[in-house]
Design a protein around this ligand. Sequence first.
Ligand SMILES: *[C@@H]1O[C@H](CO)[C@@H](O)[C@H](O)[C@H]1NC(C)=O
Ligand SMILES: *[C@@H]1O[C@H](CO)[C@@H](O)[C@H](O)[C@H]1NC(C)=O
Ligand SMILES: *[C@@H]1O[C@H](CO)[C@@H](O)[C@H](O)[C@H]1NC(C)=O
Length: 474
Amino acid sequence: MSTITRLLVLLLAIGGGMLYKRLNQLWGDLPAPTLDPQQWWGDEEQPKDYDAYLANSSEVVGNRLMYPETTIEALAKQLNRTLRLTPPLEGVAFEYGFNSDYLKELIAYWRDDYLPRWREREVFLWQFNHFTTEIQGLRMHFLNLMVYDENKVGKNHYPVLLLHGWPGSVREFYDLIHMLHQSHLDPNNKYIFNVIVPSLPGYGWSQGTSKPGLGPAQMAVMLRNLMLRLGYDKFFIQGGDWGSVLGSHIATLYPENVLGYHSNMCNNLSPRSQVKGLLAGIWPGLFVPSGFEDFFFPKSRELSYLMEESGYFHLQATKPDTVGAALTDNPVGLAAYILEKFSTWTNASYRSLPDGGLKQRYKLDALFDNVMIYYLTNSITTSQRLYAEAYTKEQRQLQLERVPTFVPTGCARFKGDIMQFLDLQLRDKYKNLIHSTYYQRGGHFAALELPKVLYKDFIEFVKKVERKFNIKSL
Ligand SMILES: *[C@@H]1O[C@H](CO)[C@@H](O)[C@H](O)[C@H]1NC(C)=O
Ligand SMILES: *[C@@H]1O[C@H](CO)[C@@H](O)[C@H](O)[C@H]1NC(C)=O
Ligand SMILES: *[C@@H]1O[C@H](CO)[C@@H](O)[C@H](O)[C@H]1NC(C)=O
């Protein structure tokens, strides 16, 4: 080799090394950040003596709220105003948003059919034990279903944390809770679970913070503190929507506490994963099991869907309080805003149906239970702030999407969901992706829409975790 060639090779090697280092800085794996487990989100200042505060505030109390007749009557009255809704354009169903003709029909149902049965709905909602406790200064609401000793006999017994998202609530999980917790009724079922279902901070009966900065990472800290408070230091997690993000953060930050993380909206938005997703489009057959290509491709469809359907996201990530003002004390607007998502996110083709296909997959009562939770607790604004907190500079700097997660991970994909990720992309972060499934039917709210399918998928995942990892039943 001539001196010149040697020099060239050397320069290339150095250049290549520098490029690799630079790329790695941009998109390599990162270590997990440490978050303050005592960060204070309550009103006023953190108590000076935190231990004394903990000793004082750790009580778990039963929570069975009854809403006075006057509250329900006031709502009925408000729903009985003459609605000055603008009629939909000719021939238009849900393409411009919630169809106002159908909205009128739904409001009449809410007022004249649902509300007169509110006491029954209360009995339904309170069929499980509800509790509250204070975490880092905030009242946190949750369902906690424990398993009696006699029901554990011959069963594998684990705790599972179920995490909802926006615009959902604990209500989404009611059928799934029965299946997980009452499996003693089925002698062939090998599993039984303690089921813990919190309302996310600022959602439903969980208090919203008065301080900026409570993003998904900080919520993960609170949820893990809740589990530790209840005595669960090893548990499974299941979640969709924000519940998926929060579950992933708990698994990433506190792997020692998580037996397995199962999600019906697994995602990885890291730069490396995005590039992989694009490149995979060149030859999809290599990266997608045959028959499921149209979950992911063509990419152009995903892009136009994003343009058509993500306006709410930008709004809530930037001005949650403005849209919150429009929806607060405006039950008609609130129902339209929330239920539109239950139409389109269940199946995008429902946009062309005059009734948004809402009744095809759900009972109206279930949908209105969920709307009632937002209305009665006045939590639409606080729920929307989570989007804004997820995109602050401080939150983005944590770069949790680039921190690998070694906890056993299971991903169930429902075709109608709002986004889909390839195994190739998910493996980038979830180093133990041991379960990956595809469902041709079903959308974003799988727990509410297809509880049995989700249950079976979750159990399959638990079995795989048991087989591959040495985990202990409670
Ligand atoms: C604990 O509770 C007692 C009685 O309710 C109260 O007097 C005391 O100030 C509380 N201490 C803290 C640290 O909150
Ligand atoms: C709604 O208004 C009509 C007409 O005033 C009245 O007859 C009806 O009882 C009202 N319904 C409710 C639920 O307030
Ligand atoms: C969406 O609805 C259409 C029309 O009813 C149906 O053919 C399709 O299978 C549905 N998709 C999903 C994911 O359920």
